[in-house]
Design a protein around this ligand. Structure first.
Ligand code: NAP
Length: 479
């Protein structure tokens, strides 16, 4: 970890913040500071913007195959350094090493996927209906982009944006979350090694997000914002983008329903629940937040889920055999504690967990709550922790209505063995993604994103690159 860069990455060079400021990065398993990284202010942001703007024209003219090969090389380097990157991620974010290795593979895959997409950007040609004009359509990079990422998937949230931006020919400034800047800086080093020209990617780590980002969005040079984070911050940034009409992609929060029908295979449902709830310690936008279980199988499902959750080993992510690492910080854990206390106070039964352990680190045990009152706060708040809240339902119409009764619409999970019902319910859920008898939907080859207040646009899949491209239509008279 001693080699991990800690400076800003601007115009292809590693530099300190203009005012020399730094910010500490700590290990949520111990509370110890593991590094200090440069803490950028508005002047550094302006330098990054200049570098991105200056590099844009040449980068847009670079052959698609050259852009593709840079991504391919970076994909290979990431995989070669899986262990090193996984340790870095576990140190700054807390997830167990096995999960961190999984994220490295997932993150790398976005580069492989978009290295393949870079050479398949297609336009079109035709004669207009009046027969007098031809229409030539070409696809152009949207221009310099600002990419803002959260702390929960420190590497993959970066590659999911950087991959398509590079493939499309856009330059960019990446602003990672202050809790997890090291993974992004390591990624910048890898892309430089893979041959990315100076200025195409600039990384600005900062504890002053508002001061750094707002002037960029209002300055008129940034042409696109791609944001992943909470709905509240997304809403604020959308307002800032409105003045200069900056194009946006928004990957925001979720409140996923997990629906188990009476005809579900309960083994599949419990396995799916473990993934949908416990991936990343529950700190995922896709995390199942509300378990709606048919009354006739609720007790059995709750018992089995509590047994599995109770058998998980909680501890520092670097320790062998650990399944559940610490939450990101004291605030994150306090929020989970408050939500559980509120549900219990309203009559929920704690089947397992529910007690904060003593000692250092932001640990919280896997917890299952049964008979949760629908008025509990965790029904309309992202729990972002290892807590499964179970409610019961009696019929299809009721569960669809309750599942959709939220401003969010990222993902839903449906467990049933009936094909008709599976399709019918999936179509009625107001979400961008559905896991049918599975607790995992994320894949670089699939379009990821939500409806309602879960966001705008999609990342990954064939459409992921469209977010970074504009059409230009050329009218040419038929001679
Ligand atoms: P967050 O508080 O919204 O922060 C996300 C990013 O925005 C961070 O880099 C943050 O930096 C920055 N930010 C905050 N305020 C800002 C401002 N005024 N101007 C510019 N940037 C600002 O979210 P988080 O706690 O890091 O991440 C968890 C959230 O992300 C959850 O809601 C989760 O559902 C969502 N998420 C969504 C997806 C998806 O694909 N839909 C994926 C992962 C996570 P600072 O921390 O310095 O403020």
């Amino acid at each position: 970890m001693t080699d991990t860069p800690t400076q800003l990455f601007i115009g292809g060079a590693w530099v300190d913040a203009v005012d020399g400021a730094t910010l500490p990065v700590d290990d949520p398993a111990t509370g110890e500071i593991i590094a200090h990284v440069a803490d950028a202010g508005p002047k550094d942001a302006r330098l990054a913007e200049e570098a991105a703007v200056q590099a844009q024209q040449d980068w847009a003219r670079t052959a698609p195959r050259a852009r593709s090969e840079i991504l391919r090389r970076a994909y290979e380097i990431i995989l070669e350094r899986t262990d090193e990157l996984a340790h870095l991620m576990t140190a700054e974010m807390g997830k167990p090493l096995a999960e961190a290795r999984g994220e490295v593979a997932y993150a790398a895959e976005f580069f492989r996927w978009f290295s393949e997409e870079a050479v398949r950007i297609e336009g079109g040609a035709g004669v207009l209906p009046d027969g007098r004009n031809r229409m030539l359509l070409s696809r152009r990079p949207v221009g310099p982009c600002l990419l803002i990422t959260p702390w929960n998937f420190p590497l993959a949230m970066g590659t999911r944006k950087i991959g398509p931006a590079i493939a499309a020919g856009c330059t960019m400034i990446l602003k990672p979350a202050p809790q997890t800047p090291l993974s992004s800086l390591a990624l910048a080093g890898i892309l430089k090694e893979a041959g990315l020209p100076d200025g195409v990617l600039n990384v600005v780590t900062t504890s002053r997000a508002g001061e750094v980002v707002e002037p960029l969005l209002r300055g008129g040079k940034i042409r696109k914002l791609s944001f992943t984070g909470s709905t509240g911050v997304g809403r604020l940034l959308l307002a800032q983008c409105a003045d200069t009409v900056v194009r946006t992609s928004m990957e925001l929060g979720g409140n996923a329903p997990f629906v188990v029908f009476e005809d579900a295979d309960l083994d599949k449902a419990v396995n799916g629940a473990m993934v949908a709830k416990m991936r990343n310690m529950g700190e995922a936008c896709t995390a199942a937040n509300r378990f709606f279980v048919h009354r006739s199988v609720a007790e059995e499902f709750g018992r089995r889920l509590a047994e599995r959750m109770g058998s998980l080993v909680v501890g520092p992510g670097t320790r062998d055999g650990v399944d559940v690492g610490p939450l990101i910080d004291a605030n994150g854990r306090a929020k989970v504690e408050e939500l559980v206390a509120d549900a219990v106070q309203r009559g929920a039964e704690v089947l397992v967990g529910g007690r904060t352990p003593q000692g250092p680190g932001c640990f919280y045990p896997p917890t299952v709550l049964a008979d949760v009152d629908p008025e509990s706060r965790l029904m309309d708040t992202e729990i972002f922790g290892p807590v499964a809240a179970i409610l019961t339902f009696d019929d299809e119409d009721e569960v669809v209505r309750r599942a959709n009764d939220t401003p969010w619409g990222l993902v839903g999970y449906v467990f049933t063995e009936g094909l008709d019902r599976a399709l019918r319910i999936s179509e009625r859920l107001e979400v961008g993604m559905v896991g049918l008898n599975t607790g995992l939907v994320s894949n670089p080859a699939a379009p990821f994103g939500g409806v309602k207040q879960s966001g705008l646009g999609r990342e990954g899949g064939r459409v992921g690159i469209d977010e970074f491209l504009e059409y230009q239509y050329l009218a040419v008279p038929v001679g």
